[in-house]
Each structure stands twice: as structure tokens, then as C-alpha cells.
Design a binder for this molecule. Sequence first.
Ligand SMILES: *[C@@H]1O[C@H](CO)[C@@H](O)[C@H](O)[C@H]1NC(C)=O
Ligand SMILES: *[C@@H]1O[C@H](CO)[C@@H](O)[C@H](O)[C@H]1NC(C)=O
Ligand SMILES: *[C@@H]1O[C@H](CO)[C@@H](O)[C@H](O)[C@H]1NC(C)=O
Ligand SMILES: *[C@@H]1O[C@H](CO)[C@@H](O)[C@H](O)[C@H]1NC(C)=O
Length: 391
Amino acid sequence: MKRAVLILSLIAVSSAFDADKFLSDNCAVKYNLFNYGSKIKEITCQNFQLTEQEAKHFEREHFSFGDSIKTIVFKDCELAALNDNVFSKFPGAKKITIENCKINLGWSKEEEKQNATHPAIEKVTITDSTIKNSVGSNAFAHLFALKELIIRNSDFEHKIIDGKLLEGSKALKILKITGCGIEDIDKNAFVNLSELEVLKLHTNKLKALHPTLLRNNRKLEIVDFSGNEIKEIPLNASFLTNYVFFPDNIQKLNLSHNLINHIENKNFKNMRKMYYLDLSHNNIDGLSDGCFDELFDDSGRIKAFLFENTLDLSYNSIKYIGRNTLFSRKPKYLTRLDLSHNKIEEVGALDNIYKLKFLDFSYNNIMKIDMSSKEKLKDGAILTGNTFLIE
Ligand SMILES: *[C@@H]1O[C@H](CO)[C@@H](O)[C@H](O)[C@H]1NC(C)=O
Ligand SMILES: *[C@@H]1O[C@H](CO)[C@@H](O)[C@H](O)[C@H]1NC(C)=O
Ligand SMILES: *[C@@H]1O[C@H](CO)[C@@H](O)[C@H](O)[C@H]1NC(C)=O
Ligand SMILES: *[C@@H]1O[C@H](CO)[C@@H](O)[C@H](O)[C@H]1NC(C)=O
């Protein structure tokens, strides 16, 4: 009799597990059945708490997953210690998503790191969570396969990305830490991320960037520091004379909505692959001659066919545009230049910026335009909202 009941319940359970997604409330159930040919690919665990001790023996206290599970979602939870011990309990998992949880990121005891295994997790996403990140804890240290780390709209207890956090994540290609109130980044935080292609740190509270922060990230293509409080683009560190802050492989760079007030002509040196530079909504009023000379030039060629090559300087405090102000030679592939909503009073000779598809001088205080520029500006430039318009 007992036996019959057991068989019946096994049948019931296995048919429930035919779906490839599984939702578990409170997670504290033993799902050893996963090991017996389950097809479940994704499991969502919600409304649960995991103490540090439980995290260590995760599979015993909770569930032991088979290799079939590729995606783990933790929702509305408290994790007393999120580290390799937890990650390694999902041998087949490629993706972990954590939503609305309270997490203690890292290790409480240094010696426990020694036993960490190397799970195959490629993507970790943490959103809308509270993160306790003790400085020096390397929660992702052994995720050697990690390619993508996204932390969004979460509260970091220590408002810093410290040197240890990403120490072992050497395969990382995409890093996004946005809307997390980050105020500072250790100068070595990205030093081992030589494969990094996308770096998005927008909507934080960064005030300054260490001059050598990106020194080892030569493969970066897309960088977004917008929506911070950055006052200047770091120039060469005193110990490296010709050092340029941005790696020259960058193609799209967003520095908008910061407090930058000056552009030096070395800020964008060698960056010939750029097709989109957004510097709008800053306080720029100082531009050294030819400061954008090396952008939108030779090797930007391939990009030129795919995108509108854009330099956006709108919503700044620029007062004067003259012969060499932005470019001291013609940028071959620039197609869009936005200078609207500045304080431009005078436009000098525009030898190097014309014949663009889009040229916007609207909402400035233009009073005076050099004779040689009048004809060029008539040709399609947007000039509305100025005190003086050429007739
Ligand atoms: C590491 O593993 C060894 C062998 O399994 C075990 O004896 C030791 O207690 C473990 N250390 C920690 C800190 O868990
Ligand atoms: C970078 O990698 C080296 C070699 O694996 C390691 O010793 C060092 O601690 C790492 N540094 C950082 C800041 O990640
Ligand atoms: C670069 O570093 C050198 C040496 O410290 C310094 O003299 C120079 O002014 C710095 N700035 C630029 C733009 O080269
Ligand atoms: C740059 O960032 C701002 C604010 O985050 C955003 O509104 C804008 O669209 C971005 N620009 C580009 C070119 O992606």
C-alpha cells in the first residue's frame, strides 16, 4: 500500500517536472528528483532566507540540482553569503539572476576561499537589491567563465568598486554597474579585465576617475560614464608622459550629464575608431584647438557606413567657435555635429566643419558670424533661437 502511494506521487511529480521552468516558493524543499532525468532548465526560487551556514551546505539543506538547470533566479530573498560556495552548487548553470534580495556579497572567512570550485556561470545579473560588499571581498573571484556581470538599481553599502571585487573574472566582456550610487572606483579595479568590451557605469555618483583606471582594457568598444559628477577627463598620469586615459579602440563613448568643463587636445588622442561621442549636458566652456582632431578620422571608415558619426556638444557653455576650435583639420567621417543650447556669441571661420548632414547651432546667443561662414551655415544648418540670424 505504502509502495503504491510512493509510485503514484513519483508519477505526479515527474509530470509536473516536464515543463522546462519551475517555480518554487520558499525554496526549502528537497528536490533531489532533479537528478533523475529532469528536463527543467530554469528554476525560480522566491521568498527565502539563507543563512551563511546554509549557504555553505546549500545542496543538503535545500536542493541538489542536476546538470540540466541552466538558469537560476533568486527573487525576494536574503542571502547571508553570496560567494563561490553558493555558485558552485549549480554545476550546469550558466546564468544567475537575483532580484530584490538582500545580499552579503563575498566571504566572511578568508580560509573558506581555498575550497572554492570553478563553476561555469557566464552571466550574473543583480537588480533592485541591497548589497553588502565588504571591501576586499572577491565574491566573483573564481567565476573564471564569467562573461557578463550586470548590477542595476541596487544599493551598495560601501559606495566603491574596490580592487578585489573582480579580481578573478578575467573572461569578463560586459560589465554594467548602473544606478548603484557608486562614488569611487579603485585604480586597480579593472586591471585584470583585459577582455572587456563594454563598460557601463552610468547613473552613479562618480566624481573623479583615476588616470590609469582603463590602462589594461585595450579592447573596450563601448563606454558609458554618463549621469555622474565627473569634473574632468583625466590627463596623463605623471609617471607616464604620453598616456591617454581612454583606450583607442573605443567606438562609442558617453560622457553626457556630468560636470566636465574643459576638453584638452590630448583627451581623445588616437581614438580614430570613434563614431559616437556624447558630451552633451556638461559645463564645457574651454576647448583647446583641435581637441577632436583624431576622432572620426581614418579607421572610423568602416563605421562611417553603418552609423551617423556624431559629436554631441549640446547643452554646454561654449562661447566661441572658430577656425580650429574643434578640429584643426577636416574630420573625414563626421556627419552630425550638435552645438545647440550653448552660449555661442561668435562664429569664426568654419574651415573644418561644414558639409555635414546635420549641423545644429540653435539656441545660442550668436551675434556675429564670420563672412566666410555665412554661406556655409545657410546650407542646411539649424540656427533657430539665436539673437542674430543671417538673412
Ligand atoms: C576544505 O576541504 C577539505 C577537504 O574536503 C576539508 O577538510 C576542509 O575542512 C575544507 N575547508 C573549509 C574551510 O571548508
Ligand atoms: C590580477 O591578477 C593577478 C594574477 O592572477 C593577481 O595576482 C592579482 O591579485 C589580480 N589583481 C587584481 C586587482 O585583480
Ligand atoms: C603629462 O605628464 C608630464 C609629466 O608629468 C607633464 O609634464 C605634462 O604636462 C602632462 N600633460 C600632458 C598633456 O602631456
Ligand atoms: C548617453 O547617456 C544619456 C544619459 O544616460 C542618454 O540619455 C543618451 O541617450 C546617451 N547617448 C547615447 C549616444 O547613447
